[in-house]
Design a protein around this ligand. Sequence first.
Ligand SMILES: [Zn+2]
Length: 254
Amino acid sequence: MCGCPRVTERPAVPADDPWRALKRKTRPLVDGAIRRLCGPPLHRAWGVRTHGDGTLPRVVLTFDDSPVRSGTEQMLDALGGLGVSATFFCVGLNARRHPALVRRIVGEGHALGNHSLGHGRYDGLSPRDTTHIMACQQILTDLAGVRPLVYRSPYGRYTPWEVRRLRTLGLTAVSSNVDGADWQRPARPAEHIARDVLGAVSPGAIVVLHDGYAGLDHHEASETALALRLIVPALEARGYTFVTVPTLLGLPGE
Ligand SMILES: [Zn+2]
């Protein structure tokens, strides 16, 4: 699941603004309810893909909150050195800031995924609005010349109607079944990230890691890049091959 929080500075609530103070107070309750209703336990029932064929030794590395300076470059350098492909779930506004990185991702043989326009916490709850999906789709298609086939919701939240409309828009809703939890702060050591991933991978696994943070222009992801150098050789020694999400799921056009 993508827990990757958006990093933004929030101004202090003025003491004389009771409405904003109430909203701030009730937000954890509302978020908790949404997490229970829209979180991973129900994803598969709604058609969100959490993994691929469990009989073949294939695994997918995915990166959320792409692209950012430093973090995406570190990941591309590591993957290139290891000779494996991955899937980068891009935030539309990040992609617009870093078009060269989007083109580098595709140019080096990786797949692009749609991770919404601005990583909004509540976008997928809207009954009708598809701006968060389509605006990102347009940015990525214009920059890379290829149309993403997969979408991952920010914060790992899906509603049944979001999954249905993604299907209508030609996108497959994707989550994950292995989490390196590298979004935690302070940064987890590479050995811990690798230990958790290697302990959880099974055939058809979709692993979620992070090269960026939504809303940030620059992000250091050196522990994640180092973890890749531990994870990839260890899984190759177990007979795994690395593929992209569209290949794992056999999506049309791939
Ligand atoms: Zn994210």
